[in-house]
Design a protein. Structure first.
Length: 641
């Protein structure tokens, strides 16, 4: 008995000695070692020693052959011009509910391209909007009969604008487009080249604020006529210009024999390419041994003889905006196509300007964005977002839209947003929209937000490169503001079968859910002219992690919460392609020890529509309403041609 007590005491002494030695050893470590909390350690420490953290708070390295964790420097918080003014002047109502948690994301030193510009311009746009609202209120005076009379002639968003003035000289703009362009908007000009300077120019000039003297050129269309007694060929040059970058890379038509055959919205980027390709095919089919040089010469001569512009000859030219770019038709024949360049999109166009050696007889722009007249909307109550009675809804659908896409939003409100699940409050639908650079668009957008209660305004101007910020915002909305079990992202030109989505979610209830049309093998676009260009600095790897195509995907609440926390802690990488960014963040979520359930469904059509669809993309307002009508009458998912 005594021996046992003695042995127990000895054991206690030995353990105490070991603890003292261990304590002294760790205290003798160099004082430069970075301390971390227990929370930070267990959050960032991997159970798999072979795992590499690519995007996170810690990097792995070896010291004397031993793996250790060393802190990775997080992006710093920086001052963004206009951010304080924007936040201080905004009443944080439901239309601004996501702003408080977005501020840290906007202030990151590794922010997305155009963040500073987008925030600064949003601040100016907000101040202009408040000024217009104040002026509109003060302009309403009470007449003798007691009715309110608006004494201002406010510029509205017309469906079309035209001019039949005297001939336009080189110093005048031809058409004002007060609310920009949307898909299928067109500008038609009737003119006669007069030979002065042997060239003339048509330009789409971008929007700007009052203090901006130089506006971007969204499209520069320069026509060079052949000189007399010259072998020089006629040519059309297309380009863009911004104050920050200057002129971009010329795109020429005809572009020489080395011009590649490329397409925009399924149309040839240059008529010459189509002619040359067709003639070469015919020549090779009928005379397989023919010299290619001969074929090229014949095609080239044909194109020169059919150049659409000539001195003294009237022309009718139509420039219209598609999904991917601008297109030019002259005298009924397609001539050129030009892909939209980054942050130079049709919604930014503010005016059409014509200069140089051409006399314009008339011009008309039509298919322009038109806002709804809320005063005569008889079914406003039926279209307004219903109250949410449940503490946590089943699904939040975040629809990415832009300010002047009024018709698209109204088509969604009148179609799939009328599903019973939406009207009953089990599903909520909200539009996420940044500011426009045009005061009238912002005013109409503000009125729309107040009327329908389904718009979340973003604290930046709606540049394409900032779209990932909306992805973070919809996660904030679905976890902090309108708590939902699942969160869906879609676009304003997509038709969503809410009933089928809910049915599938019931069958696949799981945490870590990622559901949509998933691409498991894809590579970044390295072509600088691509809308989806990604430099090696932005993403050095040759492939992306699995991601779902942007027109529509669904994540579970736990993933959304992880994304919000990660961005608040500045642990997740900001990436400009929002659908790929979601894939990157989910990959990080998975590598941190969570299970991810990837479900890819081919019925999420990202490039159109097909029978038995769950989601159909690239559907204009007419098709959206047609799809809804077919579902109501025929109870089948049939596409509208």
């Amino acid at each position: 008995m005594k021996m046992k007590k003695w042995s127990g005491g000895t054991l206690i002494l030995v353990l105490s000695f070991v603890l003292v030695v261990r304590y002294s050893y760790f205290n003798s470590e160099p004082p430069k070692q970075v301390k971390q909390s227990a929370y930070d350690f267990f959050r960032n420490h991997s159970h798999n020693d072979s795992q590499t953290w690519e995007i996170g708070s810690f990097e792995r390295s070896r010291i004397n052959g031993i793996k250790v964790e060393k802190p990775k420097e997080k992006p710093q918080l920086v001052d963004i011009e206009g951010l304080d003014d924007l936040y201080s002047s905004v009443n944080m109502s439901m239309s601004f509910a996501t702003w408080s948690l977005l501020r840290v994301v906007l202030s990151r030193s590794d922010g997305l391209p155009e963040t500073s510009k987008g925030v600064k311009e949003a601040s100016v746009a907000w101040q202009e909007l408040m000024s217009v609202i104040k002026k509109e209120k003060s302009s309403k005076i009470v007449g003798d009969d007691g009715d309110n009379v608006n004494s201002t002639d406010a510029i509205k968003c017309p469906f079309s604008v035209r001019t039949f003035d005297e001939l336009v000289n080189s110093s005048r703009k031809l058409l004002e487009l007060p609310c920009g362009l949307i898909e299928d908007s067109s500008v038609t000009l009737i003119g006669i080249p007069n030979g002065r300077n042997r060239s003339f120019q048509i330009e789409f000039v971008g929007s700007g604020f009052q203090d901006e003297k130089i506006h971007p050129i969204i499209l520069h269309y320069n026509v060079y006529l052949p000189e007399e007694n010259s072998t020089k060929n006629s040519i059309i040059v297309q380009n863009t210009w911004t104050n920050e970058i200057g002129w971009g890379r010329d795109e020429r038509c005809p572009g020489g024999r080395s011009t590649r055959y490329t397409q925009v919205d399924g149309l040839a980027s240059c008529y010459e390419q189509l002619i040359r390709s067709t003639m070469e095919e015919k020549q090779n089919a009928s005379h397989p041994g023919n010299d290619k040089t001969t074929n090229n010469s014949m095609a080239h001569a044909h194109v020169r003889a059919n150049f659409p512009f000539s001195e003294g000859s009237p022309f009718t030219a139509t420039l219209w905006s598609g999904m991917e770019g601008f297109h030019m038709t002259v005298n009924g024949r397609h001539e050129t196509s030009f892909k939209y360049r980054e942050n130079l999109e049709p919604w930014l166009v503010n005016k059409v300007r014509v200069t140089g050696g051409v006399s314009i007889l008339s011009g008309i722009a039509k298919g322009l964005p038109v806002s709804e007249d809320l005063d005569i909307n008889v079914d406003l109550g039926q279209l307004k977002a219903p109250p949410l009675l449940r503490k946590r809804i089943v699904l939040l659908v975040g629809v990415f839209s832009t300010g002047n896409n009024f018709e698209r939003r109204m088509a969604l409100r009148r179609s799939w947003m009328q599903y019973e699940a939406v009207r009953s409050g089990n599903v909520a639908v909200r539009f996420l929209i940044g500011f426009h650079k045009n005061a009238e668009v912002n005013l109409d957008l503000w009125k729309e937000a107040q009327a329908y209660g389904d718009i979340q305004l973003m604290p930046f101007v709606d540049y394409y490169s900032l779209i990932s910020l909306k992805t973070i915002a919809v996660c904030i909305l679905g976890t902090k503001i309108l708590p939902a079990k699942y969160i869906m992202k879609t676009d304003d030109d997509a038709f969503v079968r809410i009933d089928e989505v809910l049915s599938h979610l019931k069958e696949n209830t799981a945490s870590g859910l990622f559901y949509g049309l998933i691409s498991f093998q894809s590579s970044p676009h390295r072509d600088q002219d691509s809308k989806w260009f990604v430099s090696e600095e932005e993403w050095p790897k040759d492939s992306f992690p699995p991601w779902a195509h942007g027109p529509g995907y669904i994540i579970s609440r736990d993933i959304a919460k992880y994304i919000i926390h990660g961005h608040q802690e500045r642990d997740l990488k900001l990436f400009k392609l929002e659908d790929v960014a979601m894939g990157i963040w989910i990959e990080k979520y998975k590598n941190s020890g969570h299970e991810v359930k990837y479900i890819s469904d081919d019925r999420f059509y990202n490039t159109g529509c097909d029978t038995d669809y769950i989601l159909a993309h690239y559907q204009n307002p007419r098709k959206v309403l047609c799809l809804w009508e077919k579902l109501q009458k025929e109870h089948q998912a049939i596409c509208c041609e």
